[in-house]
Ligand binder design. Structure first.
Ligand SMILES: Cc1cc2nc3c(=O)[nH]c(=O)nc-3n(C[C@H](O)[C@H](O)[C@H](O)COP(=O)(O)OP(=O)(O)OC[C@H]3O[C@@H](n4cnc5c(N)ncnc54)[C@H](O)[C@@H]3O)c2cc1C
Length: 342
């Protein structure tokens, strides 16, 4: 079995494959947990350490705090070493071909390309099963339908909050990452507005309870402004316009003046989710759904290409806890399909 991507999902799958006695190899185009390497340097994750642990290896953080990026990177390196996982780093999956029928000697021919060291060198692999855990992190959704959504002051990722001290910042998005970024920016001295499409009653449904708690405290103390049930109508060089919307319905045209919120603005962070690498999935022969993520069978995580499975954030798992659970389930399914299994 080949696993594409050594993020938390791919590493969790590798541990499960090792436990099940499956022959496996993880192909990773950069280093292990590359997405976490690229998270903001000062981040403290919103998940407790035990929810980020994989492969049965305990993850403790001093004082019981939530892990920092450094804690998490050290932990995943330790898991890969302690478990002796088979990971080929700096080796990108470039091409995949399905050969023959499933169950009749059918297999995948996978071509990987070395990056940086040994740049361009290729290697061919053969596997009965392919588990794609390639993540979505490098492909953020953009606010391109909003006038001004392509201005240079609109970012899809927060690295460090310091450059935004003393500036008017709008954060757009209804997930844990958007809420965390808004609080990080506010704590660093930016004047922050957080805009979510979900209405006031529902905005908490996609957020972890402790994030809702902290957000409400900060909004109550006027350390940030929280607008729910709004969409971004336009972004101008020195301002933004939000419009109140009925969630799930087509946005109304501009109505009464109190439907419109105009704010001074220097920077916008559009943290509205991620999509799959469309070119990569076209090569795999797996169609993408309307949300930009691959189509697969909900119950089994198998795609329309027999033997090709999807896990991790590509399978709409927003947190590592969920990615880990699904990766382990898929590997158990693959192990049950080995010849000789009942
Ligand atoms: C700012 C931020 C904060 C977050 N905080 C939390 C948190 O507190 N708790 C939580 O549970 N989750 C959190 N998340 C979400 C979490 O990071 C993701 O759920 C998780 O990383 C998804 O794991 P994954 O293995 O599916 O994908 P990724 O972690 O994205 O890993 C995919 C891997 O695949 C590799 N890859 C891609 N294409 C190829 C290819 N063609 N060939 C070979 N390798 C390839 C990539 O280099 C990468 O290493 C946060 C996310 C962000 C952005």
């Amino acid at each position: 079995m080949l696993i594409v991507g050594a993020g938390p999902a791919g590493l969790a799958a590798a541990c499960a494959a090792q436990d099940a006695g499956l022959s496996y190899l993880v192909l990773e185009r950069q280093g292990i947990v590359q997405s976490l390497v690229e998270h903001p340097q000062q981040i403290r994750y919103f998940s407790p350490a035990d929810e980020m642990a994989i492969g049965g290896v305990p993850f403790f953080v001093r004082g019981g705090h939530k892990p920092t990026r450094e804690d998490a990177l050290a932990y995943y390196r330790a898991v890969a070493s302690a478990r002796g996982l088979r990971v080929a780093t700096w080796e990108e999956v470039a091409d995949v071909e399905r050969v023959g029928e499933a169950g009749a000697g059918g297999h995948f021919r996978v071509r990987s390309v070395r990056r940086v060291a040994g740049e361009g060198k290729t290697r061919d692999h053969r596997a009965r099963f392919l588990l794609v855990c390639a993540g979505t992190f490098p492909n953020p959704k953009r606010l391109c339908v909003v006038p001004g959504g392509d201005l240079p002051k609109v970012f899809a990722k927060l690295d460090d909050p310091t450059p935004f001290w003393g500036r008017d910042v709008l954060v757009v998005g209804g997930g844990n990452s958007a809420a965390t970024a808004a609080m990080t920016l506010a704590e660093a001295g930016a004047r922050v507005t957080l805009a979510m499409r979900r209405p006031p009653a529902d905005f908490q449904s996609h957020l972890r309870p402790f994030i809702v708690r902290d957000l409400l405290i900060m909004a109550g103390e006027k350390r940030l402004e929280l607008h729910t049930g709004v969409r971004v109508a336009r972004i101008d060089p020195e301002s933004v316009r939000l419009v109140r919307v009925a969630y799930g319905e087509a946005p109304p045209e501009r109505g009464a003046d109190d439907d419109v919120i105009d704010l001074p603005n220097d920077f916008v962070f559009a943290l509205i989710g991620h999509t799959a690498d469309a070119a990569f999935f076209a090569r795999l022969g797996v169609p993408l759904a309307e949300d930009g993520l691959p189509v697969y069978e909900e119950e089994t995580a198998e795609t329309t290409v027999p033997g090709l499975f999807i896990a991790g954030s590509l399978s709409r798992a927003n947190i590592i806890l969920e990615s880990r659970r699904r990766a382990v389930e898929i590997v158990a399914r693959i192990a049950a399909r080995r010849p000789g299994q009942p």
